[in-house]
Write a protein that binds this ligand. Structure first.
Ligand SMILES: C[S@@+](CC[C@H](N)C(=O)[O-])C[C@H]1O[C@@H](n2cnc3c(N)ncnc32)[C@H](O)[C@@H]1O
Length: 373
């Protein structure tokens, strides 16, 4: 699939990465220009550059990165002709359907080919993808892309209505993936196409619960088992690195200062309130007033305050900070906050297995008989 050369060549499909939101494919055609808000480029400027290069524009308006396509990048960049499958769903479906190197898989409909590219890479040249699309122009476009991307031998794309006419293979594939408005109409056809010499799997991708219910009924009626439905959601986490904490000696010093200020304030309040009482009491004799004046009042000096709050002097207190400083300078505090918003619903994924009966199994692929226990 795609070019495996180190450098970009004329005729290659490359991915132009401009920003996270602006990623697009480009067929390198000498003589053509590429223009975007990130500048002006000639395709010939890109020929011969190693994949992954950062390229400055001719008019100094910015730069782009030229990347080698992968199915993941293709899904992010492809021209949408329909709704498409995204990476979270693709990964989950591929895993649940147990699609692997050498697998034989059916998908319908092809749509924009997002899922097809990923399956083609997974199954490789020893597997096969039978892809069906009833919209003729869409089928032609997808076929053209599959050929250009070097997947022509791995994918057979057929223009047909699978709900009405079924699939082109019988008793042959390991798994079926249906991304159709009415998958229930294709369930019996899928059953026919699945191989009968071993357990096989199906997945139906539907945006609404009503569709899921109809699909589940059809799967039950057709004898599928282990019917389960999943929804793949994404919950982004914001991870921040906090500044390293202060060394312990500094923290202790700060705490002491705070404590001193608090104590100073408290003593000031006591002194003020005693003074007010003396002045407000008309019955007090001169000697009373004198006695009260002799009551302890706010300490004047810093030394007196320290004595009262009994804090050690940071200048004279020995604090072994060697180990704590080491920890704090080395420690990096990572804070992860889950976003309250959960994104990603595109559809519900209804999965099921088809486990062949002994009779069906022995009628299946003869060279690989199923032994029942
Ligand atoms: C949502 S798109 C599939 C997107 C595809 N999974 C992807 O990742 O790009 C559904 C496609 O199914 C096709 N389709 C709908 N009903 C069909 C049928 N009965 N037989 C074949 N294709 C059908 C539509 O034309 C459409 O292109």
């Amino acid at each position: 699939m795609w070019s495996t050369n180190r450098e970009v060549a004329a005729g290659d499909v490359v991915i132009i990465w401009q920003t996270r939101e602006l990623i697009q494919p480009l067929l390198i055609t000498p003589g053509k220009d590429f223009n975007s808000r990130f500048g002006h480029y000639k395709h010939t400027d890109l020929v011969g550059l190693p994949y992954g290069s950062k390229v400055g524009s001719r008019n100094g308006n910015g730069f782009i990165h030229i990347l080698r396509p992968t199915p993941e990048l293709w899904t992010m960049a492809l021209p949408h002709r329909t709704q498409i499958l995204y990476l979270a769903d693709i990964a989950f479906i591929t895993s649940w359907l147990d699609i692997r190197r050498g697998s034989r898989v059916i998908e319908a409909g092809t749509g924009s080919g997002s899922f097809s590219h990923s399956v083609a890479r997974t199954i490789g040249s020893t597997g096969h993808l039978y892809s069906y699309e009833f919209h003729e122009a869409r089928a032609d476009k997808a076929r053209e892309e599959f050929t250009r991307h070097g997947m022509g031998d791995i994918v057979t794309l057929t223009h047909r209505n699978v709900c009405k006419d079924g699939f082109t293979v019988d008793n042959s594939v390991d798994s079926v993936f249906l991304d159709l408005p009415a998958p229930w109409d294709a369930v019996e056809h899928a059953k026919k196409a699945l191989r009968k010499d071993c357990p096989t799997r199906i997945c139906c991708f539907s945006p609404c619960m009503e569709q899921v219910l109809r699909t589940v009924s059809a799967l039950n009626e057709a004898g599928f088992t282990d019917i389960t439905m999943y929804e793949t959601l994404l919950r982004p986490h914001e991870v921040q690195q906090l500044p390293s904490p202060l060394p312990l000696s500094q923290v202790v010093g700060k705490l002491k200062k705070m404590e001193e200020k608090r104590e100073e304030k408290r003593l000031r309040q006591i002194a003020n309130s005693s003074k007010r009482k003396r002045e407000d009491d008309p019955s007090a004799t001169d000697s009373d007033k004198k006695a009260r004046t002799d009551e302890p009042s706010a300490p004047q000096g810093k030394e007196e305050m320290k004595r009262q709050i009994n804090l050690p002097d940071p200048a004279t207190t020995e604090i072994d900070t060697s180990s704590s400083t080491q920890v704090t300078t080395q420690a990096k505090v990572n804070l992860s906050k889950a976003s309250p918003e959960v994104r990603g619903h595109t559809s519900y994924l209804t999965f099921a297995r088809l486990v062949p009966m002994l009779k069906q199994a022995t009628e299946g692929v003869k060279e690989n008989p199923v032994v029942s226990d």
